[in-house]
Design a binder for this molecule. Structure first.
Ligand SMILES: *Cc1c(COP(=O)(O)O)cnc(C)c1O
Length: 418
């Protein structure tokens, strides 16, 4: 028996159940992924025991010789990977990474622009219950009704009208390429700081499959656990001139001790992302997303913006006569995990939503390819059409398990063991 099994059989058993869930279901949540054994080993290490408030060479505690090197390695690897001048690897999450930039750039009551949450923006870009919507004045910009692409003209008009301190470019549910050069022009026209949030697409940016904001943005934030496939956490990158202000906004500004075990795991993930297989992995994410999107459209599903350039697609379910919430529940019964998602100009409230968001980073980590994507689209279609027949849903669930067994995750030959 393992130490955990002896000390806390209840939690041990829940972890085992979760392992089985991850192994036997199709994970299509666009923000999720399966990190490697090496990343998990670093994250589960004794580094969790170390307090290291401060930064390498300037700590408030003794005994930091080893963790100093770990954090320096993490910072240098991130700098090289993203080609940026300054990096802070301490934010506990993507939202904290964003918070640290807001604290660096703005005072309470200042205005900033961010993508409308109903059009793909993230909670940390002005949700009324989030700090980002409570402390600051948010001016949301949106996508065009005609093609669901960011309305760059509207962004410019709003920027000229409101003169925000900062403009944020980045999203949680936007399936197309983002033009940082245009945002950069607009920001400099109105004297705003430009922040790019690449939480979802960081892996694609590293692989060169999506333009990098690094040459254009003053600050770039990202999570490390989405396409980047590292441990759960965030990082912030910026131009050299903002470096020391940013660092002191993170510590002592908004966090105490850094999670050194997570920072070690981030370093491992950056090493993997700089490795020879990463570009191939990211290209397969994109080709899988395109294959899945194409087959869904063949089957009469309507896709926001008519397709995808990246790792995700937003499916408008209106033509199929179900809401996003209903589809999420139906697919759950069929062994397929997705999240309901508002579509631009959604007539339904966010709790119901007209769409689902589907992403391919996790199934691509399992080595699934174009033919599985075609099958997955078929299974989604059959599940929604057969939603009133429990037998049909069960049959699909069995088929999902067959696919999962063919592409094991954690066992012998499992993809995360490589
Ligand atoms: C996921 C995400 C974040 C932050 O995520 P956390 O859950 O706080 O780690 C920030 N911005 C965008 C655009 C995201 O998609």
């Amino acid at each position: 028996m393992s130490p955990l099994q002896i000390t806390d059989p209840e939690i041990f058993s829940l972890i085992e159940q979760e392992k089985a869930r991850q192994e036997n279901r199709l994970e299509l949540i666009a923000s999720e992924n399966f990190t490697s054994r090496a990343v998990m080993e670093a994250q589960g290490s004794i580094l969790t025991n170390k307090y290291a408030e401060g930064y390498p060479g300037k700590r408030y505690y003794g005994g930091c010789a080893n963790v100093d090197v770990v954090e320096d390695i993490a910072r240098n690897r991130a700098k090289n990977l993203f080609n940026v001048e300054h990096v802070n690897v301490q934010p506990h999450s993507g939202t904290q990474a964003n918070m640290s930039v807001y604290f660096t750039v703005m005072q309470p009551g200042d205005s900033y622009m961010g993508m409308d949450l109903a059009h793909g923006g993230h909670l940390s870009m002005g949700h009324p219950k989030n700090f980002s919507g409570k402390i600051y004045n948010v001016i949301p910009y949106s996508v065009r009704r005609s093609d669901h692409l960011i309305d760059y003209n509207q962004v410019r008009e709003l920027a000229i009208k409101h003169r925000p301190k900062m403009i944020i470019v980045g999203a949680s549910a936007y399936p197309r390429i983002i033009h940082y050069d245009i945002f950069s022009e607009i920001a400099s026209e109105v004297g705003a700081v430009l922040m790019a949030d690449i939480a979802h697409i960081a892996g694609l940016v590293v692989a060169g499959l999506h333009p990098s904001p690094a040459p254009y943005a003053d600050f770039v934030t990202t999570t490390t656990h989405k396409t980047l496939r590292g441990p759960r956490g965030g990082i912030v990158m910026c131009k050299r001139q903002y470096g020391s202000a940013l660092d002191s906004c993170i510590f002592p500004g908004m966090q105490g001790g850094p999670l050194m075990h997570v920072i070690a795991a981030k370093a491992v993930a950056f090493q993997e992302a700089g490795g020879k297989d990463f570009h191939d992995y990211q290209s397969r994410i994109v080709s899988n997303a395109k294959a899945l999107a194409a087959e869904l459209m063949n089957r009469g599903f309507s896709l926001v913006s008519g397709g995808t350039d990246n790792h995700l697609a937003l499916v408008d379910l209106t033509p199929k006569g179900v809401t996003g919430a209903q589809a999420q529940e139906i697919l759950e019964k069929a062994g397929i995990t997705v999240n309901k998602n508002s579509i631009p100009f959604d007539p339904l409230p966010p709790g119901k939503a007209s769409g689902i968001r589907i992403g391919t980073p996790a199934v691509t980590t399992r080595k699934m390819g174009a033919s599985e994507m075609k099958t997955i689209a078929e299974l989604i279609d059959r599940a929604i059409a057969g939603r009133h027949d429990e037998n049909k849903l069960l049959q699909i669930k069995n088929q999902v398990q067959e696919i999962c067994h063919k592409y094991p995750l954690y066992g012998k030959n499992g993809s995360v063991n490589e």
